[in-house]
Write a protein that binds this ligand. Structure first.
Ligand SMILES: *Cc1c(COP(=O)(O)O)cnc(C)c1O
Length: 441
């Protein structure tokens, strides 16, 4: 019974978790909403999108919401919204999806990567402060894998240095930091709502803010036909054409799904929260980190891309890769070693002359006396090694004790018998990968 499956023993988890982890949940109301938009010939309007924006803003408690075609375009609109441009620097954690920072490049700004904290997997406040220069205009804070970033510390540093704060809430819609909705701390928040995320509406993204100027600038950037909403002096005279951006309107099939998603999302998050906490409770006595926030009233929303934290030292140096292979051999499902590759290691941020300036795009617009020796290998030790300390876990959508117990048993068995693996551990490193093949969803 205790012989590990990877060494020829019998596996402990035999039921498929597929039905429990299935996402998103499409209900009748979504189907009917989509059909009505199709039948009304109303795919490209904005009437339903505006309703969705109003409801989404209300849910978050912000004054404004602006829906767009993707989270990526919303992040760029937020960057344009805060006035990011040539010669400015924007600080972004290195461990995140590329769209958290990369849209700054085509605004002519320089992306300066900062390290993450080993425990939160979010921007490390001390490292953020270290990277600030007189040119730092903004910081992107990612609530990575649904963990609420330490907003008290980050906001204090940002305010002290007069830096605009953009929250990327793509992983954490509906999550809270000390009781307050994520996305409502900074000057503006942007997030993806694509099907893989916990708030899933198809393809799309949304920006939320209380700042009228940021809202109108974002509107001017990508919504040429919504000039009626652009009234501020300095902006109003430019309405009628997209100024700098292009057309980023949300598809109304997405916004109608969003309206329905909003009605059931809080309940879905509660069910996910209960299931994920049941999973971790079953492993509480083992030396694995659960990536659950410790502060009172901090929550993980829909637990997108949920992670466990692994310390090889707790297992006499057993490599994460082999540990996870052993869990999978036990019938573990949804487990995988690693997380996003450290962005600062990609040559795009060092050498590529994207726009034909005759120099590297990321630093092309910095003044001559600015330090261009940034984003170096070895500079961000946590981001560079974190793939060997984090692993994906199954994303349960509701409590099914028997099913979750099997997955707990798979992890438990490996933890309790890890010594049997030490001799055959190939000790391979986990390298975060940039997408080099087409993704499935
Ligand atoms: C998915 C994602 C985005 C981009 O959103 P799209 O809708 O795919 O354009 C941005 N930031 C993070 C952290 C993401 O995970």
């Amino acid at each position: 019974m205790s012989k590990l499956a990877i060494l020829g023993g019998e596996k402990v988890a035999t039921s498929s978790i597929a039905a429990n982890v299935k996402w998103p949940v499409v209900n009748r109301a979504m189907e009917e909403g989509v059909l009505s938009v199709l039948r009304d010939g109303n795919m490209s309007g904005t009437d339903i999108t505006k309703k969705f924006e109003a409801e989404f803003a209300k849910w978050n408690g912000t004054k404004y919401a602006l829906a767009q075609s993707s989270g990526t375009s919303c992040l760029q609109a937020a960057m344009f919204g805060v006035g990011l441009g040539h010669g400015d620097e924007i600080i972004c954690p290195s461990t995140t999806y590329w769209a958290s920072g990369l849209p700054a490049m085509s605004l002519g700004a320089t992306i300066v990567f900062a390290d993450i904290d080993r425990k939160t997997l979010c921007l490390d406040p001390a490292d953020f402060e270290k990277r600030i220069t007189p040119r730092t205009k903004a910081v992107v804070v990612v609530h990575y894998c649904a963990y609420p970033a330490p907003m008290d510390e980050i906001m204090a540093i940002a305010r002290k240095h007069n830096i605009k704060v953009i929250e990327d809430v793509s992983h954490a819609q509906g999550g809270r930091y000390k009781g307050k909705m994520l996305g409502t701390f900074g000057d503006v928040a942007a997030m993806s709502l694509m099907s893989g995320k916990s708030f899933a509406i198809g393809e799309g993204g949304i920006l939320i803010t209380d700042d009228r100027e940021i809202y109108e600038r974002a509107m001017l950037w990508g919504h040429y036909e919504r000039g009626g909403d652009i009234n501020l002096p300095g902006l109003a005279e430019y309405k009628g054409l997209p100024c700098g951006g292009y057309k980023y309107r949300m598809h109304q099939l997405s916004s109608v799904v969003g309206l329905e998603q909003l009605k059931k999302y809080d309940d879905e998050c509660a069910a996910i929260d209960a299931a994920m906490k049941y999973f971790w409770a079953g492993l509480a006595d083992l030396p694995l980190g659960n990536h659950i926030p410790e502060e009172a009233n901090s929550t993980k929303g829909g637990w997108y891309a949920c992670k466990g934290l692994y310390d090889p030292a707790a297992f006499e140096g057993l490599s994460l890769k082999y540990f996870i292979e052993a869990v999978v051999a036990e019938g573990g499902q949804g487990f995988g070693a690693g997380c996003n590759a450290a962005l600062h290691t990609h040559p795009l941020f060092h050498t590529m002359d994207v726009y034909g300036d005759g120099k590297a795009a990321n630093t092309a617009n910095l003044p001559a006396d600015a330090n261009k020796d940034i984003n170096k290998d070895g500079d961000l030790p946590v981001a560079e090694s974190i793939c060997n300390y984090t692993f994906s876990i199954p994303w349960f959508k509701h409590v099914d004790r028997a099913l979750i117990d099997e997955q707990i048993a798979a992890v438990r068995k490996v933890c309790e018998n890890y010594k049997d693996l030490l001799a055959s551990d190939p000790k391979e490193e986990v390298k975060g990968k940039f997408f080099q093949t087409a993704r499935k969803n």
